[in-house]
Design a protein. Structure first.
Length: 368
């Protein structure tokens, strides 16, 4: 054991250079830690952005598909009614008075029986035709029980949807105006996830109610919009990447082939690389700081006299304890960043002890 002189010399120039070096190590460590946090936040932010773009693309695509479905449904009704009008074998004569901007009455006489329709205050916004003549034709077809046949209408509608690159299950309901569509829907095999299109009407008095139902699965939407599949694939790859990065931060580390100590579940000291490794982050030590940590770890109870530390870290002739105090102060700042349970403690009789979470469990201090 060396005797420590009562009066110690302190080379000012050497101390200033040493202090600058230690400050640079701490500064680099703090920047590296902050950058890792920022990088993780950026990764998660990109994942959220991709998820948002995917959801927006999905719902916008689905909305466009429903708009196409509604348009093609009306086209299918027109085609079906036109074919039925052409095949009408009955002789139909349409008699009208003077041309008017608004008609208030319409009647159909068949075999001496007259059927009247009041046209007052009717809203034709959802009628399939704006032309009153075509609406009259539809009323005549209804009166002759020649309104749309559901199977034929479904076939025409699916054909029109296929031309628009939409392959989906559809069904239709044709009923008299005023019939409860919920009861009608329950009687159809359309599935729980089917989407009901806006109700449309036909006839001069909106007396014919037409309802289309379409079931768009997630795969139907993906087939329609290939870019959506790209977004989903990119999102999945990015999520896997972020989870992998997070798992690296939280997984225990091993450094084969090097002299190293496991100081905590997620902290390893690598003396050869002069660093602590917390999760996947390296915290570099100065040469002197590294020698102090290594000497204390190899000592009994991880404790050494200050003079012994001076001899091992500097030289056997070194007596300037201020160097050791400065190094220990800088090391404590770094150790604090490793988490709770890390410190260099000043003991009685000028001894110093390195404490860390695993020091009470000798079998957890691994020296390879």
């Amino acid at each position: 054991m060396m005797n420590i002189p009562s009066r110690l010399s302190f080379p000012k120039f050497g101390c200033k250079m040493h202090k600058t070096s230690e400050n640079s190590f701490i500064f680099v460590h703090l920047i590296q830690k902050d950058m890792n946090k920022k990088t993780l936040i950026i990764h998660i932010g990109i994942a959220c952005l991709l998820a948002t773009l995917t959801c927006l693309s999905y719902f916008n695509t689905r909305k466009r598909m429903l708009e196409v479905a509604e348009r093609t449904f009306v086209e299918a009704v027109h085609q079906e009614l036109d074919e039925r009008w052409k095949s009408l074998g009955e002789t139909v004569t349409i008699v009208s008075g003077k041309d008017k901007e608004v008609y208030t009455n319409f009647s159909i006489k068949k075999k001496g029986v007259e059927k009247n329709y009041s046209l007052k205050d009717l809203d034709y916004e959802h009628n399939i035709d704006n032309d009153i003549n075509r609406r009259m034709f539809h009323s005549v077809l209804s009166d002759f029980s020649l309104m749309c046949h559901t199977d034929t209408l479904i076939s025409i509608w699916q054909s029109l949807l296929s031309e628009e690159r939409i392959k989906a299950s559809v069904n239709v309901a044709v009923a008299d105006s005023g019939q409860d569509i919920r009861i009608l829907r329950d009687s159809l095999s359309i599935g729980f996830l089917s989407q009901s299109l806006p109700t449309r009407y036909a006839g001069v008095a909106n007396e014919i109610q037409l309802n289309g139902f379409i079931r768009l699965s997630i795969f139907d939407v993906f087939r329609y919009q290939l870019l959506l599949s790209f977004y989903v694939g990119l999102l999945i790859v990015w999520i896997v990447f972020v989870v992998w990065k997070i798992s690296l931060r939280n997984s225990p580390l091993t450094i084969p082939g090097k002299e190293n100590y496991r100081l905590a579940q997620n902290v390893v000291y690598d003396s050869d690389a002069r660093c602590f490794i917390k999760d996947s982050q390296k915290i570099i030590l100065s040469p002197k700081g590294n020698l102090i940590i290594k000497a204390l770890l190899e000592a009994e109870n991880h404790e050494l006299h200050g003079a012994d530390l001076l001899a091992q870290v500097w030289s056997p002739k070194e007596t300037n304890m201020n160097k050791l105090y400065i190094q220990n102060s800088k090391l404590r700042t770094i150790l604090k960043a490793l988490g709770e349970g890390f410190d260099i403690v000043s003991m009685d009789r000028s001894h110093f002890r390195f404490i860390f979470p695993n020091m009470q469990e000798k079998h957890n201090i691994l020296k390879t």
